[in-house]
Design a protein around this ligand. Structure first.
Ligand code: ATP
Ligand code: FE
Length: 365
C-alpha cells in the first residue's frame, strides 16, 4: 500500500507518500513562514489563501517525485484537528475532492498525535512511551499506549513555549539581525543564547514550582522576559529597532528558565508513570513539535533521561516542525491496524480545538 498524507493545520502546506514498509517515497512542503514573519504573525485569511494556492501544486509535486499517480495510492491521510479552522478546511476539502475523484478512503489525523508518532518512523520506539510535545500551539505530556490511545498527563494552562519564543523574538526585533532574519523566533533565540556571557543577570522564577501535577504555564516567563527587556530599553534609551546590548543574555536566561520548567514537569510525569505503572518494559521519552529542534532543551532533557533510566528520542528537525510526512506516517500506522479508514466521508469535518486523548489528571506526591 501507499499512503498519501496532507497537512494544512497552520502555515505549512505539506504532503508526503509512504509505502507499506514505512519508507518515505517523496515529500513536498510550501512554507508560509517568511510571509507571516513579515506580517508579525499569522493572519488566518492570508494563510487560507496561500494553502488554497499551494495545495494542488504541492500534492502534484509529491506524486511526481515518487513517479506515482493517484491510482497507486491506497488511502489519503489528512489532518482534521486541531489547528486554524480556515487552514484545516483547505486540506480537508482537497483530500475529499481527491478521495471522491479516485474512489479512495480517507484517514483522519490528529495533528498532535502525528507529531508524537512520527518518532517511530526512524527510531525504535515501542508502545507504551512517554511523550513531551512542545510546539507553537501546545505544550503537553502524554503516555502513548497505542496508535489511537493517548493518555494526557498535563498540558499548558496558558500559552505554548514556541508562541512565547516567537513573541519575545518579535518584541526584541531579532529579525533585524541579518543572521536571524529568516529563522523562527525559537531558532533565533537559541542561537542568540549561545552568545550569552552573563545570563544570570536576569532572574526568572520557576513556574508552578509548588504544584505536584504535570501542567505547564509560560505566561509568567513571558511577562518577566518582557519586563526585563522594557527595563533595559529604558536604561539604555534604545530606539525601537535597536537591540539592547544584553539581548543575548536575556535570550539565554529565558531559554534556561523555559528548560528548567520543562524538565521539572517531565520529571513529575516520570514519577507518575512509575507509581501508576504506566510505562512498564522500556522507559522511553519522545520529544517532538517545533520547539524540540532546540538543542539546549533536548540536551538538558537527555541528562534528565540518563539519570532516570529513560531512553530519549526525537525526530530529525524537519519532522519536528509541521510536515506532511508525519501525517502519512500516522496514516500508515492506522492503516496497519485497520483503524479510522473512512469510505463514507460526508460526516468527516474539521475541529479547530481538540484535546488529546483521555485526561488522567495526575497528582504526584
Ligand atoms: P502546534 O503543533 O501546536 O499546532 P505549530 O504547528 O504552529 O503548533 P510547530 O510547527 O510544531 O508548531 O513548531 C513551530 C514552533 O517551533 C515555533 O513557535 C518556533 O519558534 C519553534 N521552534 C522552531 N525551531 C526552534 C528552536 N530551535 N528552538 C526553539 N523553538 C523552535
Ligand atoms: Fe505542529
Amino acid at each position: 500500500c501507499n499512503i498519501l498524507g496532507i497537512e494544512t493545520s497552520c502555515d505549512d502546506t505539506g504532503c508526503a507518500i509512504i509505502n507499506d514498509r514505512g519508507e518515505l517515497l517523496s515529500e513536498a512542503i510550501h512554507s508560509q513562514h517568511l510571509l507571516h514573519l513579515r506580517n508579525g504573525g499569522i493572519i488566518p485569511d492570508v494563510a487560507q489563501d496561500l494553502h488554497r494556492a499551494n495545495i494542488e501544486p504541492v500534492v502534484s509535486q509529491t506524486l511526481e517525485k515518487a513517479q506515482l499517480s493517484m491510482e497507486d495510492i491506497s488511502a489519503i491521510a489528512v489532518t482534521l484537528k486541531p489547528g486554524l479552522a480556515l487552514s484545516l478546511v483547505v486540506g480537508m476539502k482537497y483530500a475529499k475532492h481527491l478521495a471522491r475523484q479516485h474512489n479512495k478512503p480517507i484517514i483522519p489525523i490528529h495533528h498532535m498525535e502525528a507529531h508524537a508518532l512520527v518518532a517511530r518512523m526512524q527510531h525504535d520506539v515501542t508502545f507504551p512511551f512517554l511523550v513531551l510535545l512542545i510546539s507553537g500551539g501546545h505544550c503537553l505530556l502524554a503516555v502513548v499506549q497505542d496508535v489511537n490511545s493517548f493518555q494526557l498527563l498535563g498540558e499548558s494552562m496558558d500559552c505554548a513555549p514556541g508562541e512565547v519564543f516567537d513573541k519575545v523574538a518579535r518584541r526584541m526585533k531579532l529579525r533585524n539581525v541579518p543572521e536571524y532574519s529568516k529563522l523562527s523566533g525559537g531558532h533565533a533565540i537559541e542561537i542568540a543564547a549561545t552568545k550569552a556571557t552573563n545570563p544570570d543577570m536576569f532572574k526568572m522564577a520557576l513556574p508552578l514550582a509548588d504544584y505536584k501535577d504535570c501542567n505547564f504555564s509560560f505566561n509568567g516567563l513571558k511577562t518577566s522576559t518582557l519586563l526585563h527587556l522594557h527595563r533595559k530599553e529604558k536604561e539604555h534609551q534604545t530606539v525601537a529597532d535597536q537591540l539592547i546590548p544584553e539581548a543575548n543574555d536575556l535570550c539565554a536566561a529565558m531559554l534556561m528558565a523555559t528548560t528548567r520548567h520543562l524538565l521539572h514537569r517531565t520529571q513529575r510525569a516520570m514519577q507518575f508513570c512509575e507509581i501508576n505503572k504506566l510505562i512498564v518494559n522500556r522507559k522511553q521519552l519522545v520529544v517532538s513539535g517545533g520547539v524540540a529542534c532546540n538543542n539546549y532543551i533536548f540536551n538538558s532533557l537527555k541528562i534528565l533521561c540518563d539519570e532516570a533510566g529513560y531512553e530519549i528520542f526525537r525526530p530529525v528537525p524537519k519532522l519536528c516542525t509541521d510536515n506532511g510526512v508525519m501525517v502519512a506516517w500516522n496514516g500508515l500506522e492506522k492503516w496497519r491496524q485497520n483503524i479510522d479508514i473512512i469510505t463514507n466521508m460526508n460526516a468527516l469535518d474539521i475541529q479547530a480545538a481538540s484535546p488529546l486523548g483521555e485526561n488522567l489528571i495526575p497528582e504526584v506526591q
